[in-house]
Design a protein around this ligand. Structure first.
Ligand code: FES
Ligand SMILES: [Fe+2]
Length: 422
């Protein structure tokens, strides 16, 4: 479960690029204190647009560099003015250079630094041994005409129990369907369809989990394609990703990336910047965890398992076959990396990394789109008027979404106007 430097799992996770902040956040502020995999760091964007991710503490006398300021190149400490570039080189020591102009003391100083890349509106960090692999451009990152948003929350428990949820199809029926019904007060005797069969398969970039529920057949996409437990710490459902990024052993950053295709009538649609927001997880009125939205329900389950779930007290059954498989493969891969092997699913070829396909139910829908006219004529597709995944979406993002989707501000489809225009 441990993620610090030198731990078995920490060393495995450090072989992958981790999404840890929205790029748009750095338009508002040039520095940000970050804790990632048990390390205290500072993210900054300097005047030349370089992202740096460096030790939180200055190597001079340990001041907090998140209070430093950025210049055209690099980050300057606010205590005595030492300056560092994004590769970790010390590039200025004002008083030392006056006192001993020929000593070149700064050439002997470096600060811990990690590479940062921007993709799909997110900033990704690589904290492992160099050379770094490529940042995978997952297929949905290349899709057009979609409203994308990033949602981040801090979850007070270990990352691995969060990731176990990514390969747990049966929880959906209970945590979301059955419990959700009760939370909405809909106990009218209609039971959500129960799971009849589940299956798990490994592929290059993770696992798929497949299911057949009452009323579904072997021809259903949920059985023929399935959903993806994306290695090493993500859930991918076709149009959204949920990464479980370790802050440290006891806390996890939930990083969600959501894509909603806009209707044809609203094309072409482009976002200047992908919007982001931080989702609350606690109801401040009651002191209880928020229960109303899909991912909030997941959070309730994860934190309920304890800071680090005690696996010695579990009783695993048939529904946990995926969890057991993932635990086994994680440990094998961690040993493989420790023995000098290449980590599962890392990509070294830039041509491969530029477009990485994943199993996706309904890919054609995301590629081809749909029209409001089809929706008006009773096409089974319905785009939601509200964000169902997490509580607390800011009003301006709700409105930007409804605008993009061709809805009136109250969420009703603006079909008449659009269809007349078309
Ligand atoms: S502690 Fe940073 S310059 Fe002195
Ligand atoms: Fe869930």
């Amino acid at each position: 479960m441990e993620v610090g430097p030198g731990t078995l799992m920490g060393d495995l996770l450090r072989r992958y690029w981790a999404p840890f902040a929205p790029a748009a956040e750095m338009d508002k502020q040039p520095t940000k204190a970050v804790r990632l995999m048990g390390e205290d760091l500072v993210l900054y964007k300097d005047g030349s647009g370089n992202y740096g991710l460096v030790d939180r503490h200055c190597p001079h006398r340990r001041a907090d560099l998140s209070y430093g300021w950025v210049e055209d190149c690099g980050l300057r400490c606010n205590y005595h003015g030492w300056k560092f570039d994004h590769t970790g080189k010390c590039i200025d020591q004002p008083f030392e250079e006056i006192a001993h102009p020929d000593a070149h003391f700064k050439d002997r100083i470096t600060i811990k630094s990690y590479p940062v890349q921007e993709r799909a509106g997110l900033l990704w960090a690589y904290m492992g041994p160099l050379p770094a692999p490529e940042v995978p451009v997952w297929e949905p990152f290349t899709w057009g005409n979609g409203f994308v948003q990033i949602v981040i929350s801090e979850i007070p428990c270990n990352w691995f129990q969060c990731q176990e949820n990514s390969i747990d199809p049966v929880h959906f029926e209970w945590l979301h369907d059955n419990w959700g019904q009760r939370l909405r007060g809909q106990t009218n005797g209609q039971k959500p369809p129960t799971h009849l069969r589940i299956a798990f398969d490994e592929f290059e970039y993770g696992f798929t989990y497949r299911r057949i529920r009452e009323g579904q057949s072997e021809q259903d996409g949920l059985w023929t394609v399935g959903r993806v437990c994306l290695w090493p710490n993500c859930l991918f459902t076709g149009n959204h990703f949920e990464w479980r990024v370790p802050i440290d052993d006891g806390r996890t950053l939930s990083v969600g990336w959501f894509f909603d295709r806009v209707p044809e009538e609203m094309e072409p649609f482009r976002q200047e910047r992908i919007p982001y927001w931080y989702g609350p997880i606690k109801d401040e009125q009651t002191g209880r965890w928020i229960e109303s939205h899909v991912m909030n329900q997941d959070f309730v389950a994860w934190v309920g398992q304890g800071g680090v779930a005690d696996r010695t007290q579990e009783h695993l059954g048939e529904s946990d076959r995926g969890v057991i498989l993932m635990r086994k493969r994680m440990l094998e891969e961690a040993e493989n990396v420790r023995a000098g092997g290449e980590a599962k699913g890392t990509i070294r070829d830039p041509k491969v990394a530029r477009f990485v396909q994943l199993p996706i139910i309904g890919r054609d829908f995301f590629l081809a789109g749909y029209s409001m006219r089809d929706v008006a004529n009773g096409s089974p597709f319905r785009y939601p008027k509200n964000f169902i995944f997490q509580a607390g979406q800011p009003e301006e993002i709700t409105q930007a979404y409804r605008d993009a989707m061709g809805m009136l501000p109250d969420g009703t489809p603006n079909i008449r106007e659009r269809v007349t225009l078309a």
